[in-house]
Design a protein around this ligand. Structure first.
Ligand SMILES: [Zn+2]
Length: 96
């Protein structure tokens, strides 16, 4: 690869340019499917939300996957929560 500042060739894994000393951009992380992490995002929507915020600029595909899994997980959690409240209310009403 080439230095964005001086245009001279540098090692692909170099962190700084050996010619001008400017900091080189880190190699782009691989974007793609989040795989098993989707299950984590699904089970813990907060994790998915955090990953979405971290990844949305650098890895949009992964961010999308994490965001979707978190959203579905959140909706299902909310559903369970609502059922739990309704169940508790019905039990309390039943007691009287
Ligand atoms: Zn340079």
């Amino acid at each position: 690869m080439y230095c964005s500042n001086c245009g001279k060739e540098v090692q692909p894994q170099a962190v700084v340019c050996v010619h001008c000393g400017v900091r080189l951009p880190a190699p782009k992380p691989k974007d793609g499917s989040i795989g098993a992490l989707g299950i984590v995002c699904f089970a813990f929507p907060v994790v998915g939300l955090i990953l979405y915020i971290i990844w949305k600029d650098t890895m949009p595909v992964k961010a999308n996957g994490a965001g979707k899994a978190a959203l579905i997980g959140f909706i299902i959690d909310l559903g369970f929560y609502v059922f739990y409240i309704i169940g508790t209310v019905l039990m309390v009403l039943d007691a009287f």
